[in-house]
Design a protein around this ligand. Structure first.
Ligand SMILES: CC(C)(COP(=O)(O)OP(=O)(O)OC[C@H]1O[C@@H](n2cnc3c(N)ncnc32)[C@H](O)[C@@H]1OP(=O)(O)O)[C@@H](O)C(=O)NCCC(=O)NCCS
Length: 155
């Protein structure tokens, strides 16, 4: 199902619901996007199959070039952005923003939250541009000791 469609500079990209068939592409994307924190295979299978997860992919031609997953917590009126990534050759073309936009539109909760490495300027810029605000810090959250910045947005 096409959720959203837009034209990045020189290319047509569609945003669709991801399925378990996307596992090989997601595995590749995770390794490339998160060299320090790539999820193990079981987590990737989970994110593509478990209930209460919104999973969207950005597709160029036949290839997944971006992915976002949100963990839905309706009892807390909250969704948590579990992961978002775009393959390097496709960055700075609006695909990350489009994925985030499509996810927000598909959510029916009041709050969206996420954690991001404090040094991840690209992602923090994207979130700030999309209206996310700094909401806290988890010291030494990541395995290499880097702090996590918590950001949130009221939809
Ligand atoms: C973060 C990420 C998903 C952004 O994807 P993207 O498709 O390049 O983002 P967009 O092109 O939609 O960028 C939207 C805005 O975000 C900001 N932004 C994105 N990349 C940036 C960078 N490298 N430096 C500064 N600002 C940046 C800009 O404001 C940009 O708008 P502009 O291009 O008009 O200036 C991508 O860099 C990525 O996959 N990084 C590795 C994985 C990761 O860190 N994920 C986040 C984990 S919390």
């Amino acid at each position: 199902m096409v959720v959203h469609e837009f034209v990045a500079p020189g290319s047509r990209v569609v945003i669709q619901t991801a399925t378990w068939r996307d596992l090989p592409a997601l595995r590749h994307l995770e390794k490339v996007c998160f060299p320090k924190d790539a999820w193990p295979l079981l987590d990737l299978i989970g994110v593509l199959t478990f209930p209460n997860i919104l999973r969207l992919k950005a597709v160029h031609g036949d290839h997944m070039v971006g992915f976002i997953a949100c963990d839905l917590r309706p009892a807390e009126d909250l969704a948590w952005i579990a992961t978002i990534g775009v393959l390097p050759p496709y960055r700075r073309q609006g695909i990350g923003r489009a994925l985030l936009n499509a996810a927000e539109q598909a959510l029916s909760v009041r709050w969206v939250r996420l954690n991001v490495r404090l040094g991840n300027a690209a992602a923090i810029h994207l979130y700030e541009e999309m209206g996310y605000q700094r909401a806290g810090l988890w010291p030494a959250y990541y395995s290499d000791g880097e702090d996590a910045l918590i950001m949130e947005k009221r939809l």
